[in-house]
Write a protein that binds this ligand. Structure first.
Ligand SMILES: [Zn+2]
Length: 259
């Protein structure tokens, strides 16, 4: 996608979420940054040799995008909104590029991106994305894997806007687990408002307690031993991810979220 399209999507989301100007600028800057300062990734050449090269944009790995989502989420929990939104913009760049079908060997790439550049991000797509958002790492991952390359420029723009908005609202969502279920959050997200007031707030003890009712294992002092005991239980891993999304989990992750 062209920079014009990436920044148009960022602006459309920023407007709907009432982001302050400074954060809108951070969002736009992050959204085009992977083209200026590429991420590196292990790749395999035609001859079968592994090398370190530019991370692919049109077929990005889910891990690359998730790493940015986690970075953004952690910065957001720590109250660093600027860094959160810039990192998120960077991750969403890949989601948006992934929506574009580049044709056989990329022959249609340039023409299609020019067509997309003439289309404005539809407001309906922004709202649809925000409304479907759930504040959860699993939701973000599901969004990323659901993205398909589109040949029709309008569909590519629609999907890019909708998935970007959904992931944005998921990452910049409530900051503690209790809030996730609160009616107030429901109202906030329905009214397309961002929870800025909550950014930087310390995790409420009640939030931890609310989560623990759902996942009592997290209360055990020997959480690490518990992880080993239930290693084969994907539901437990998911719960650990969810807990970390709200800053509740110590250091028992298996390193899948690292950059
Ligand atoms: Zn790109």
């Amino acid at each position: 996608m062209k920079w014009k399209s990436h920044t148009a999507i960022a602006r459309a989301i920023a407007a709907e979420m009432n982001l302050p100007d400074e954060l809108e600028r951070a969002f736009c800057a992050g959204s085009i940054e992977p083209d200026k300062r590429p991420d590196l990734a292990y790749r395999v050449s035609k001859g079968g040799r592994a090398y370190v090269g530019r991370a692919p944009h049109h077929m990005p790995s889910t891990g690359t995008i998730m790493a940015y989502a986690w970075r953004a989420r952690k910065a957001y929990l720590a109250g660093n909104d600027y860094w959160a939104i810039k990192s998120l913009g960077r991750g969403l760049h890949y989601v948006q590029d992934k929506c574009v079908h580049t044709g056989f060997r990329g022959w249609k790439h340039d023409a299609r991106e020019s067509d997309i550049a003439d289309i404005a991000p539809p407001r309906r797509a922004v709202r649809e994305g925000i409304e479907m958002a759930k504040c959860s790492p699993r939701f973000v991952r599901d969004c990323i894997t659901a993205v398909r390359p589109r040949k029709d420029p309008r569909k590519a723009m629609y999907d890019a806007t909708m998935f970007s908005s959904a992931i944005f609202a998921s990452v910049i969502g409530p900051v503690d687990a209790e809030e996730r279920f609160s009616a107030e959050y429901e109202r906030a997200i329905k009214g397309h408002r961002c929870r800025y007031a909550a950014a930087g707030a310390m995790l409420a003890v009640s939030g931890a307690a609310a989560y623990a009712i759902e996942e009592p294992l997290l209360l055990l002092p020997g959480a690490l031993a518990a992880v080993a005991a239930v290693r084969i239980n994907p539901a437990f891993y998911r719960a650990m991810d969810e807990a970390e999304w709200f800053g509740l989990e110590p250091k028992a992750r298996r390193g899948s979220s690292g950059p």
